[in-house]
Design a protein around this ligand. Structure first.
Ligand code: ADP
Ligand code: MG
Length: 250
């Protein structure tokens, strides 16, 4: 589903991704951990075309994404190709990013109606099924500000699912939540994982990584330092940097 081959990304003179190699298989749940500033969000944003890589190659769902190589060939997708690829990828952010002026139902129906040109009645039915799935059917007419953070994040997940993605990206989905609200969001994500969704999850929730993750990737300073089955990496980190990080968060 995702193959990264020596992916690089600069912001001006800041070399943020310094050769990322990894592979996410269909149906896999990959958890990504690492210190702040190590490039986790940037990497997710590259997968979703929110940033362009400037070295290496990145495939999503078997399709090569646009890339630049110094001195080499410039290869870029057309806007329509980018749009088509992005439709297959759902993203959930730390701060929910719901549309504040739309109801919960409106938030979920927006992209299917505006982007996919689904009929409103069809989109509404689907939105209601998704709200039931995340346990929030009764909140359909509410506005985001009337919901708790955990409820808003569950709506954000339902909104992403409404586009019927093949891949879901989560960028610290529970980091902005009060501790007592973390569990309800992780439960929705676990349900999604058990349903076979391919997921890349940047998180500090090691319990989730251990229980739900198929693989755990430790990133530091723009590279993958270590990866493997979560239980193994957590119990026996091989690299010193992984050991130091885990001893701080566990
Ligand atoms: P993480 O998610 O692991 O905390 P990020 O990917 O957000 O790390 O950031 C990695 C580095 O890139 C940081 O030093 C950050 O300040 C920098 N960075 C991220 N986005 C931008 C941007 N749009 N412009 C300039 N620097 C950025
Ligand atoms: Mg981040």
């Amino acid at each position: 589903m995702v193959v990264a081959e020596s992916v690089h990304k600069h912001f001006g003179r800041l070399h943020v991704l310094r050769g990322i190699d990894l592979e996410v298989r269909r149906g896999e749940v990959m958890c990504v951990v690492g210190p702040s500033g190590s490039g986790k969000s940037t990497f997710l944003r590259c997968i979703n075309h929110l940033e362009k890589i400037d070295g290496g190659r990145l495939w999503v769902d078997g399709q090569l994404m646009g890339y630049r190589q110094k001195g080499g060939k410039l290869y870029e997708l057309h806007d329509a190709q980018v749009a088509a690829q992005r439709r297959g990828i759902g993203m959930v952010f730390q701060n929910f990013n719901l549309f504040p002026h739309m109801s919960v139902l409106g938030n979920i129906m927006e992209a299917p109606v505006q982007v996919n040109r689904e009929k409103r009645a069809v989109a509404r039915d689907k939105a209601m099924r998704l709200l039931e799935r995340v346990g929030l059917a009764e909140k359909a007419p509410s506005y985001p500000r009337q919901l708790s953070g955990g409820q808003q994040q569950r709506v954000a997940i339902a909104r992403a699912l409404a586009m019927e993605p093949d891949l879901m990206l989560f960028d610290e989905p529970t980091s902005a939540l009060d501790p007592e609200l973390v569990g309800e969001v992780l439960a929705v994500m676990k349900d999604l994982a058990e349903d076979g969704m391919t997921m890349v999850v940047v998180t500090h929730e090691m319990g989730f990584a251990r229980e739900v993750g198929d693989s755990l990737v430790f990133m530091d300073d723009g590279v993958v330092v270590e990866s493997g089955p979560p239980r193994e990496v957590l119990a026996n980190p091989r690299e010193e940097r992984t050991q130091a990080f885990l001893s701080r968060v566990l």
